[in-house]
Ligand binder design. Structure first.
Ligand SMILES: *Cc1c(COP(=O)(O)O)cnc(C)c1O
Length: 367
């Protein structure tokens, strides 16, 4: 089976370095909030250009803790995309606020800034733009709207470590940004993990407090927090991966280039569009077709794994049936959920395997 995302090859390429790092953590004797977490936080803040970074248990918690730290909760509204992984909206609901959805741009698949303002009410507190599949949302326009209406902007950058917008890395464009280190993300560890980047030092202080049971002094509590920290072992692993991420992102771009070159021979597949001013890191390489079922069957018949991101928009999920949405509200997002499918993409996808995927798709188109 040709995997959609091949994690094994990627880890085998750094296995020895990782084993040495894990050993050093074991020998060091500190397993929660030790020197590796500190170092990772500093390196990521420096790399992305923020004053601070706070490592937490996973990307979902990164969003929840950030919303909580900003005091967003019951009675508040937060604007986000209906075409994203569930966690973007789940985090909003988790703190007691209400997700308000806005349709996406048909080219970037990211929240459409032109449609945000009509959804702002007196209850709106924040916007969570998602940098979907590895490409930044239109942050200048989003920040302008947010500043005009006094809203907080929290980037959901879980799929986009290393992507840039007008030359600036995602993670330093909003008031705060959330990343996931889930294994399949482009910067993923051997388990769960996440980090928040921000230059708002009061926010950073509050998130540090929340991630450790709402306390700054051990066993004395003045607030209700969480237990959500990145393990020292994962921080050590991530420090190894952080040295590779730019190279791995460039390999993803090389693979994407070959997909574009070959698959543009047909006009039957809609290829991803990279907006001017944006660099893409292709966390996923999703193509579109009205005949998606046919392609999915074909790929499967040829032992090629595919995936649908995402088969049901968030405004149509059962859990949100109490919200005032119906099918037809977000035609672009709905159409994407019915037509997109992902092709194998990971830094270690071989030319031979990629050619196989391309041949299977092109033969079908010709045949
Ligand atoms: C993966 C992901 C998350 C959640 O990250 P976890 O580490 O899995 O909790 C949130 N938002 C988006 C867009 C994601 O892709």
């Amino acid at each position: 089976m040709l995997h959609l995302i091949d994690l094994k090859e990627q880890y085998l390429s750094v296995k020895n370095e990782i084993l040495r790092e894990i050993e050093s953590v074991i020998d060091n004797g500190q397993y929660i909030l030790g020197p590796k977490v500190n170092e990772l936080e500093q390196q990521i803040a420096k790399k992305l250009g923020t004053l601070d970074a706070i490592a937490v248990g996973n990307g979902t918690d990164a969003l929840v803790l950030t919303l909580d730290a900003y005091g967003i909760g019951v009675g508040d509204e937060v604007i986000t995309s209906p075409f994203t992984f569930f966690a973007s909206a789940e985090a909003i609901s988790r703190v007691g606020a209400t997700p308000v959805f806005v349709d996406v741009d048909p080219e970037s698949y990211n929240i459409d800034p032109l449609k945000i303002e009509e959804k702002i009410t007196s209850r709106t507190k924040a916007i969570i733009p998602v940098h979907l599949f590895g490409q930044a949302a239109d942050m200048d326009k989003i920040m302008k709207i947010a500043r005009k209406h006094n809203l907080i902007v929290i980037e959901d950058a879980c799929q986009a470590f290393g992507a840039t917008y007008k030359g600036t890395p995602v993670g330093s464009l909003g008031d705060a940004a959330c990343f996931s280190f889930f294994p399949t993300k482009n910067l993923g560890t051997l388990g769960d993990g996440g980090i928040i980047t921000t230059s708002d030092l009061d926010l950073a202080k509050q998130i540090r407090k929340l991630r450790t049971h709402g306390t700054t002094k051990k066993y004395f509590h003045d607030s209700i927090g969480y237990n959500s920290r990145l393990d020292e072992i994962h921080a050590a692993i991530l420090l190894v991966l952080l040295n590779k991420i730019d190279y791995w992102n460039s390999k993803r771009n090389d693979l994407a280039k070959r997909y574009y070159e070959k698959l543009s021979q047909t006009n039957k597949l809609k290829l991803p569009i990279v907006k001017t001013d944006c660099s893409h890191i292709y966390h996923l390489f999703c193509v579109g077709s009205d005949n998606r079922e046919k392609y999915l069957e074909l790929l499967q018949a040829n032992n090629i794994q595919s995936g649908i991101y995402y088969p049901l928009c968030l405004h149509l999920q059962d859990v949100y049936s109490h919200l005032p949405y119906k099918y037809g509200d977000f035609p672009i997002a709905e159409s994407l959920s019915n037509t997109l499918f992902a092709l194998p993409m990971s830094p270690f996808l071989s030319e031979k395997d990629q050619n196989h995927v391309i041949d299977v798709l092109l033969n079908e188109v010709k045949g």
